[in-house]
Design a protein around this ligand. Structure first.
Ligand code: 13P
Length: 254
């Protein structure tokens, strides 16, 4: 199964010319580019192989909400994915309740949601059990009442991004993040048992939601993450802004 590499450009680059150059160099299958909203429309005309993602959305589809961009507006631009609940947004005061509303609104219009979860260092320094509890709680709150939306596997993705690993150059270890990702998959499987498909043999196969790792992914460590069977891809920040580095990360799964 090919792994998914998602580029989260955050509030970069400064000019459209740079964005155009970068996107052309990142246009490959199984790649998602999430640029700032302002570049989405034009980049959608340029991309041939990669898919586009938004970095956030709102929970209503239209109305008097100054500064917001809605799920249906994003969907109508032929954008496939939307990142929701990134820790940088949580840092601006976004609550689990807001994230939950955004997820439901995005899923309803058929966007593929990449929900970001992950613990801070204060939690992680107490050990992996504390981190699991923290992430389990986030999932429970963020995915509240989503069961009845009949989520298709491909429409819900999770990115495990330990907050302390984001932009710090201190990535989690491939082994520990794989352990956390198996735990996330176990939780999802118990929430969405419909993802179990009966094989011809009579055994059931779990069709798991894709769970990605994010946090200081670089060309140096990408292979270690992507070679873990539990890890279905990577969410890349800083290194996705450098053409050469991003290309190496894409190639690391081959
Ligand atoms: P960095 O790859 O820069 O650590 O950022 C990770 C991230 O936040 C992706 O969403």
């Amino acid at each position: 199964m090919s792994k998914l590499i998602v580029a989260n450009w955050k509030a970069n680059p400064k000019t459209f010319t740079e964005a155009l150059k970068l996107v052309k160099a990142s246009d490959f299958e199984n790649v998602v580019i999430a640029p700032p909203y302002i570049y989405l429309q034009t980049l959608s005309w340029v991309l041939k192989k990669a898919a586009l993602g938004a970095q956030d959305t709102f929970w209503e589809n239209a109305g008097p909400y100054t500064g917001e961009v809605t799920p249906s507006q994003i969907k109508n631009l032929k954008v496939k994915y939307v990142i929701i609940g990134h820790s940088e947004r949580r840092g601006f005061g976004e609550t689990d309740e807001m994230i939950n509303k955004k997820i439901k609104a995005a899923l309803k219009v058929g966007l593929r949601v990449i929900l970001c979860v992950g613990e801070d260092w204060n939690t992680r320094r107490k050990g992996i059990a504390a981190a699991k509890q923290f992430v389990g709680n986030q999932l429970k709150k963020d995915l509240l009442e989503t069961k009845n939306l009949k989520i298709k596997n491909k429409n819900l993705l999770i990115a495990y991004e330990p907050v302390w690993a984001i932009g710090t150059g201190k990535a989690d270890s491939a082994k520990t993040s794989a352990e956390m990702i198996s735990y996330i998959k176990k939780i999802l499987d118990s929430r969405y048992p419909s993802s179990r498909a009966k094989l011809a043999t009579g055994h059931s196969q779990i069709l798991k939601t894709k769970v990605l790792y994010g946090g200081s992914v670089t060309p140096k460590n990408a292979k270690a993450f992507l070679s873990q069977p539990e890890i279905d891809g990577a969410l890349v920040g800083g290194a996705s802004l450098n053409q050469k580095e991003f290309r190496k990360i894409i190639n690391a799964q081959q």
